[in-house]
Design a binder for this molecule. Structure first.
Ligand code: PMP
Length: 382
């Protein structure tokens, strides 16, 4: 029988490049390919599988929910969706409202639309940012190679240097509807802005009456050792967007608006058939409750530090950046692709968002032993 990758080449659009591996099973932080080879998954489906694969809490929640009440139209409400919205607001510690969607791009589309209801249209985003691939989210994304073939893109968007408050200050005016930022730029190679950047952005947004929207799709839901990364800086955004880890592997995004911004959408403003599906929300509830119940935020900080310390000693590693379990290993040479292949050979999945950066975003349940095993494998790379 032909391999999955052969069948893929005949049936699926090649929009991600040829896949090197076809996965057939996952258990915790370990995945198995079609030849039976096992890998420790240091990407977690790229920051998605917060609890790893087949976590009993997620399996039970999803099974129970779909047995009891699967999809409902958005004409009606269902318990898991309301409960998840309540829980997310409690974790944020502020009054607000949630609108669910199916992905990070959709969460950002919701924020983009919501910002228009301020009566303003101008948006300030950052170079290197990644906010998704739908046309609106792509207009916010600050990676020209991804956007260029698809112009004209919607909106009046100014991109400025990430991390520079002077650049932000110069671009934002009283006609700006929103500033949108990632607290840490994940797809750009885990780029961390200078301390005080988010607080400075908050001040600039407030001064001009613009919304501060933080895209926490990659950094949120415990990834950096905080429920939401902005909490580590004590900043209060008007809107946050979430996806990835929130659904623990099911498609689930959320746009959460606080204070007056929470009242901008009114009946008819926005909607989606599947967004906030009860089964996806039941998975989200299981993810959040398990992170809280098992003290995973502290675990994330501990194992993140262990990885950082273990990896930064390698002679080819310049430094390790990021927070918690969102780490960028910056190499002295642009050999990240070779490292990805070498580590896959030894049974570890990582990726290279930049030619000189290896990204780690494992399930939050990754063990100290699995982290040590990666460090040992990296030590063996010459
Ligand atoms: N925002 C950020 C910060 C992301 O990292 C991503 C995905 N890499 C997205 C938005 C888009 O999410 P999705 O792929 O679910 O549309």
């Amino acid at each position: 029988m032909s391999s999955l990758v052969d069948r893929w080449s005949q049936s699926m659009m090649n929009n991600y490049g040829t896949p090197p591996i076809a996965l057939v099973r996952g258990d915790g932080a370990v995945v198995t390919d079609e030849t039976g080879k096992e890998y420790v998954d240091f990407l977690g489906g790229i920051a998605v599988n917060a609890l790893g694969h087949a976590h009993p809490a997620v399996v039970a929640a999803v099974t129970e929910q779909i047995s009891q009440l699967g999809h409902v139209s958005n004409l009606y409400v269902a318990e898991p969706c309301v409960a998840l919205a309540e829980l997310l607001l409690a974790l944020a510690g502020r009054a607000g409202r949630v609108v669910f969607g199916n992905s990070g791009a959709e969460a950002n589309e919701a924020a983009f639309k919501l910002s228009r209801l301020t009566g303003r249209t101008h948006v300030v985003a950052t170079h290197g940012a990644f906010h998704g691939r739908t046309m609106g989210a792509l207009a916010l994304t600050g990676q020209p190679a991804k956007a260029e073939p698809f112009r004209p893109l919607p909106g009046d968007v100014t991109h400025v240097e990430f991390g520079s408050l002077a650049a932000l200050d110069a671009a934002v005016s009283d006609r700006t509807a929103m500033i949108i930022l990632e607290p840490i730029q994940g797809e750009n190679g885990v780029v961390v802005p200078p301390a005080g950047y988010l607080a400075g952005a908050r001040e600039i947004a407030t001064r001009h009456g613009a919304l501060l929207v933080l895209d926490e799709v990659q950094t949120g839901i415990g990834r950096t050792g905080h429920w939401f990364h902005h909490q580590s800086e004590g900043v209060e955004p008007d809107v946050i967007t979430l996806a990835k880890g929130l659904g623990g592997g099911l498609p689930l995004g959320a746009c959460i608006a606080f204070g007056p911004a929470a009242e901008l959408f009114t009946p008819g403003s926005h909607g989606t058939t599947f967004g906030g599906n009860p089964v996806a929300c039941a998975a989200g509830l299981a993810v959040v409750r398990t992170i809280a119940g098992e003290g995973l935020l502290d675990h994330v900080k501990r194992v993140g530090e262990q990885l950082r310390r273990g990896l930064e000693n390698h002679p080819l590693v310049d430094h390790v950046r990021g927070a918690g379990l969102l780490l960028g290993v910056v190499l002295r040479e642009p050999v990240a692709k070779e490292w990805v292949a070498a580590l896959a050979g030894q049974g570890f999945l990582v990726n290279a968002p930049q030619p000189d950066v290896i990204r780690l975003a494992p399930p939050l349940i990754i063990s100290a032993e699995q982290a040590d095993a990666l460090i040992t494998a990296v030590e063996g790379i010459q």
